[in-house]
Ligand binder design. Structure first.
Ligand code: PRP
Length: 180
């Protein structure tokens, strides 16, 4: 039997470093949103690992909700128009919405999502991302909270997958070239 770390190369961020950073983000968010109606929104599937740790690092009342979207494919609209497969259950009008994502790469997914949510008139709409990968950014977008800046490598673990595997790796690590 092979383990979850099979095919894994350099560890970029250890589980311990991730938890330390998540705690810092949680403290900052707790201070910034004190007294506000905070709703954390995550996109399935990879973001849920970050969401559950971040939510537990925030010490003010909050609600969570989940969305699922279809990804754009090669040759798809460069504006990154995504289709909502599962919408939010919570109304967001007049609430403080913080979209929590595991990774922003081109930025197309997040910018499209923000365009979907903004017309619902939340009191605020901000982004919290664990891994900011700026190398291939197409759509620039404001990031209020950032875990780590990530180099231009294929990263798996802590929710990030390769063909649905490796999400349960506790670290964030580089997938060896021969493994994909
Ligand atoms: C990842 C991530 C974002 C998207 C970011 O999802 O969770 O949704 O890619 O990429 P972009 O900035 O280039 O648009 P992925 O498509 O891997 O699906 P997953 O959440 O199921 O892993």
């Amino acid at each position: 039997m092979t383990g979850v770390a099979e095919g894994i190369g350099q560890v970029l961020f250890t589980a311990e470093a991730i938890q330390t950073r998540v705690r810092e983000l949680g403290q900052a968010i707790s201070a910034d949103y004190a007294g506000k109606d905070l709703l954390l929104v995550t996109i399935l599937r990879g973001g849920i690992f970050f969401l559950v740790d971040l939510a537990r690092a925030i010490n003010i009342p909050l609600a969570i909700d989940l969305m699922a979207i279809s990804s754009y494919g090669p040759g798809a609209d460069k504006q990154g128009v995504v289709r909502i497969v599962k919408d939010l259950e919570e109304p967001i009008g007049a609430r403080h919405v913080l979209v929590v994502e595991d990774v922003i790469d081109t930025g197309l997914t997040m910018s499209s999502l923000l365009r979907h949510l903004a017309p619902r008139e939340p009191a605020s709409l901000k982004v919290c991302v664990l891994l900011d990968k700026p190398a291939h950014r197409i759509a620039s977008l404001p990031i209020a909270y950032r875990g780590f800046e990530c180099p231009d490598v294929f990263v798996v673990g802590y929710g990030l997958d390769y063909r649905q595997h490796y999400r349960n790796l506790p670290d964030l690590a580089v997938l060896k070239t021969g493994s994909r």
